[in-house]
Design a protein around this ligand. Structure first.
Ligand SMILES: [Zn+2]
Length: 330
């Protein structure tokens, strides 16, 4: 009897040992630590010299030298003519492709940044060592925007929508989806007027009215704007500063509004895609959304992470200031 019990105990011990191998306790899944989470609450830059290994633990306060977007360089290349959307534009490429690591933590001293991030679901896994691209869509929301959201969602891609205020109310459901699905919503004026031809009062009204409408529908306080036609001057900048808003231009224009051909849009985006770029498209056109069916998986296949403008600027720039304009990074 005793022998039988001993044998049983030994068997039990062996079984338990086996179970321990199958279900090791507290084993960390490496997948959880891979990638980097970016949100308006958890972001910090890591010095350029940081190695991949210490990214998860090192928090470095951002310095102007390493991360601030070069305003001078931006200024020099963003003076677009009022007819910007009718001309081919390819701004200089970002000269530095910073490998900016991101860890949990909040950047000290860059209070503007967190304030400028908009969108409710900013949690998005980003690997700063891989190429980033910000697709931006202007002049919507349109009848095609929901399909675009479907495509983006299928591929886990993010984008930024510069909406015109006078269409926001009519397509409230689409606007809510933009925000709820983690994309960024931004201001493209109320009625798409050339802001440089307006009084300061009217510029302010174009921006504020749109902000108010976006807030009313989504609860998002919009801090990024793109002036129609990329047209701005000192007065436009001054009003932006007063309203606490920054202007986002672009580094590559797909001319989708002109070609209105899905294949041409595909070719343009694929030719213009480069790490760190902000790509200009228009979700107003069916052909642009048609193109995105193939563009988005193709970009991902090429290794691009499709991120919002704020995610891009956060990962590569680190600082956005109200009243300034951005289209490229240092
Ligand atoms: Zn526009």
């Amino acid at each position: 009897m005793k022998t039988k019990i001993s044998v049983l105990l030994v068997c039990l011990a062996v079984l338990l040992a086996g179970c321990a191998d199958v279900f090791p306790l507290n084993q960390q899944n490496p997948a959880f630590s891979a990638g980097v989470s970016v949100s308006d609450e958890t972001f910090s830059d890591v010095a350029e010299t940081s190695s991949k290994e210490d990214i998860s633990t090192q928090v470095v306060t951002t310095t102007a030298e390493t991360t601030s977007v070069t305003e001078k360089a931006t200024e020099a290349t963003t003076q677009e003519p009022a007819t910007q959307e009718e001309t081919t534009t390819e701004a200089e490429e970002p000269t530095t492709q910073k490998k900016v690591g991101i860890v949990e933590g909040i950047i000290e001293g860059i209070t503007e940044l967190s304030g400028l991030l908009s969108g409710k679901n900013n949690k998005h896994s980003i690997d700063p060592d891989k190429p980033l691209l910000a697709l931006t869509f202007d002049d919507g929301p349109s009848a095609h925007t929901k399909r675009l959201l479907d495509i983006l969602g299928q591929h886990g891609a993010r984008a930024t929508f510069f909406v015109t205020g006078n269409t926001v109310g009519r397509r409230a459901d689409t606007v809510k989806r933009i925000v709820n699905e983690g994309h960024e919503i931004a201001n493209h004026s109320w009625s798409h007027k050339n802001l440089t031809e307006l009084s300061n009062e009217d510029i302010s009204a174009e921006l504020e009215k749109t902000n108010n409408k976006i807030y009313e529908i989504t609860g998002v306080e919009c801090k990024l704007a793109r002036p129609p036609y990329g047209a701005y001057n000192d007065e436009v900048k001054r009003v932006g500063k007063d309203l606490g808003m920054a202007y986002i231009l672009w580094s590559y224009d797909t001319l989708d509004w002109k070609t209105k051909d899905a294949q041409a849009v595909y070719d343009a985006v694929m030719a213009g895609a480069k790490d760190g770029r902000i790509i200009l498209c228009h979700d107003l056109h069916k052909t642009t959304v048609d193109a995105m069916e193939t563009v988005i998986p193709a970009l991902i296949e090429e290794g691009y992470q499709l991120v919002t403008v704020s995610e891009l600027l956060t990962a590569r720039g680190g600082s956005i200031k109200a009243g300034n304009t951005y289209n490229k990074l240092k």
